[in-house]
Design a protein around this ligand. Structure first.
Ligand SMILES: NCCCNCCCCCC(=O)CS
Ligand SMILES: [Zn+2]
Length: 658
């Protein structure tokens, strides 16, 4: 199944007709540069082009009042003076004779996207629209927004397709208060937003944008606000929030559909956001959401005002929706102190609602509330409208080209195992490097030499990922590491699922990081590079396992930044299919998707499900949403406490930084 792209140049046919400094950044060029970049990078042609349509009155009335709709209906016939007059009743938005038409197209585009995803005509998709939507409210336009595109699409999906749970991820740098107001008492819609806040001094300066707005009545816990109280946030900060807040909660929520308020004003170079995360981060944020809801992901454009970073970020997002390997995120520095404060605040505010956060620190940092008051007073002192001091132009490297290796997935299988279609067999006869063959001293020599050849072809980017059935995974793992280690640039992340002894010499030189999830205590080598995660209920417990994935494996993997990932299924691991597939999918975040899966010969039943994920299909949703058991939560927390001195992305509170 493919990726939908919804765009129509009609939505470029409105603009600001008078002087208004607050609105001048919302221009038609935002859409044209985004679409043209998709065309130029040969991404648009790989998508399924879906036509726009106007949202109908009844669809708009799913969110907005009749009075508001009737008022907006009159704008096409207004004079310039009337339009100015009409605009004055709202905040930071402008009207134009054609904006009503474009606003119906923007909302209708989101509905078209929901239709083709829910009818499985496509797997996922992106709607390039303007005007944006997430600030508009029941009876008000606001923040360049006229109709709330994503809120309407959410109500539409529930009404037309009986969708029970919708996750809305708002990675725009502004708080989508319009979306929050819509669903704050609705437990069937989980709204997550991060936003520049600076202790309520940044637009729209709402008290209800802070972390303690968790939702109301039945909706308590289903509204997650992550305020950024400083500018300059980087990829590390964004990834920390995904790993330690959004993903655990999203998996516990188990949505049937995921919608993204995809604003790219959270990218480096944006005049509104003033953040420092490079465009590649959106490839990762998109990928991390793609294994939820069976891959049903609808991405709708909101803000983004730096035409260069906007176009690059849109391309990163669409290329990931298309299933291409991700770029590596170089030198992640770990979350800054302010981000850790926000992280701690959000986790403490939501610990009572989500079992995955049950063990989060119970209190926000001591001085957080006084900071808000102090800063607000300072802000009041500086005269209004003071131009930003730092106007230096941000520069960043062009994101690297992401191309798919000729072979997406190759397998080394015993002759009697049928090769899943789409997966290339690495034949014994096939140009096995004689040198490696001679080095391998094992009765399984033939298979192992083919595994080594597979690894060599991954290093040469001829093959993206691989799967091998071997007679002894530990031997195979050791051979692979020995083959790679001499090369100084090699860093191998090894994720072992299940019991069994991992040879200790493997971890000695720091060239490998081993994380082993098992159900029996192994003596703790207490090495920075060998991390045993002992789950009392073993790998069969979905919640505990996924908690270790989000809380440990993902952060460690991002910080370690390997160039190869070995996923090893130890004998009798007991891990269930769906969890195994989720892990396989999530590990493709690293090493540009170079994942080698090693399994015992008798596990041939898992060859199909594993290769389908290696080929880019979404992992099936994890059905059960029970709580991780307490001991397992404790294990992960204790490990995190011990390891976070060495691994910054494991941090979740600001107290820990010295
Ligand atoms: N007078 C103080 C400056 C006000 N700036 C308002 C900016 C609104 C931004 C809305 C947006 O970006 C949607 S994603
Ligand atoms: Zn925005």
């Amino acid at each position: 199944m493919g990726t939908a792209l919804i765009y129509d140049e009609e939505m470029t046919k409105y603009k600001l007709l008078w002087v208004d400094p607050a609105c001048k950044i919302e221009t038609p060029e935002r859409l044209t540069v985004s679409y043209e970049a998709l065309v130029r990078n040969a991404l648009a042609e790989r998508c399924i082009s879906v036509p726009v349509r106007e949202a109908t009155n009844s669809e708009i009335l799913l969110v907005h009042s009749e009075e508001y709709l009737e008022a907006v209906k009159k704008t096409p016939y207004m004079t310039l003076e009337d339009l100015k007059e009409f605009t004055l009743q709202y905040g930071d938005v402008y009207f134009h004779p054609n904006i009503y038409h474009c606003a119906k197209l923007a909302a209708g585009s989101a509905l078209q996207l929901v239709d083709c995803v829910m009818t499985e005509r496509v797997r996922n998709g992106m709607a390039l629209v303007r005007p944006p939507g997430h600030h508009s409210q029941h009876s008000a336009a606001n923040g360049f927004c006229v109709f709330n595109n994503v809120a309407i699409a959410t109500r539409y999906a529930k009404q037309k397709y009986g969708v029970k749970r919708v996750l809305i991820v708002d990675w725009d740098i502004h708080h989508g208060q319009g979306v929050q107001y819509c669903f704050e008492d609705d437990p069937s819609v989980l709204y997550f937003s991060w936003h520049r806040y600076e202790h309520q001094t940044f637009w729209p300066q709402l008290r209800e944008s802070d972390y303690d707005s968790v939702g109301k009545e039945k909706g308590a816990g289903f509204n997650i606000n992550v305020p950024w109280n400083q500018v300059g946030m980087e990829s590390s900060d964004y990834l920390s929030v995904f790993c330690h807040v959004l993903l655990p909660v999203a998996y516990e929520f188990c949505p049937d559909l995921v919608l993204v308020c995809a604003g790219f004003d959270s990218a480096i170079g944006d005049p509104e956001g003033k953040m420092c995360a490079t465009p590649e981060i959106f490839a990762h944020l998109t990928h991390l959401l793609m294994n939820l809801a069976g891959g049903k992901l609808c991405v709708v454009l909101e803000g983004g005002y730096n035409l260069t970073s906007l176009a690059q970020s849109v391309c990163q997002t669409v290329q990931t929706l298309l299933g291409d390997p991700l770029p590596r995120l170089a030198n992640l520095s770990g979350p800054c102190r302010s981000a850790l404060e926000s992280l701690q605040c959000v986790r403490s505010a939501h610990r009572q609602y989500w079992s995955c956060l049950k063990h989060a620190a119970s209190l926000p940092p001591a001085d957080i509330s006084t900071k808000r008051i102090k800063l607000a007073e300072e802000e009041a002192k500086t005269e209004v409208g003071e131009e930003e001091k730092s106007t230096e132009e941000k520069v960043w490297p062009e994101p690297p080209k992401r191309f798919s290796p000729p072979v997406r997935c190759a397998s080394v299988l015993p002759d009697d195992v049928t090769r899943p279609d789409g997966c290339k067999r690495l034949g014994a006869d096939q140009d096995v490097n004689p040198l490696t063959a001679s080095k391998l001293k094992d009765d399984d020599c033939d298979t192992l030499s083919r595994v080594i050849t597979l690894v060599e072809k991954m290093e040469q980017n001829e093959i993206c990922s691989g799967l091998a059935l071997v007679c002894d995974v530990t031997v195979a793992m050791t051979q692979v590491v020995q083959h790679l280690t001499p090369d100084p640039v090699n860093r191998v992340l090894i994720v072992c699922v299940g019991n069994g002894k991992v040879p200790s010499h493997i971890t000695r030189d720091g060239k490998t990081l081993v994380v082993q999830i098992n159900s029996e205590e192994t003596e703790d080598q207490n090495s920075k590079y060998y991390i045993p995660v002992f789950l009392k209920k073993g790998c069969s417990d979905t919640s505990g396992f996924m908690h270790a994935v989000f809380g440990l494996i993902l952060p460690l993997g991002y910080e370690y930044d390997p160039n190869l990932v070995l996923l090893v299924r130890m004998p009798d691991s007991g891990v269930c299919d769906a969890v195994w597939q989720q892990l396989t999918g999530l590990l493709q975040s690293f090493a540009k998707g170079h994942t080698l899966v090693l399994m015992q010969e008798n596990e041939k039943a898992f060859v199909g499900p594993t290769t389908s994920v290696l080929l880019g299909d979404p992992a099936p949703p994890l059905e059960n949403r029970q709580a991780p058991n307490t001991e397992d939560l404790n294990v992960v927390e204790r490990l995190r406490d011990r390891l976070q001195v060495n691994w910054n992305l494991l941090q979740t509170t600001s107290e820990c930084t010295g």
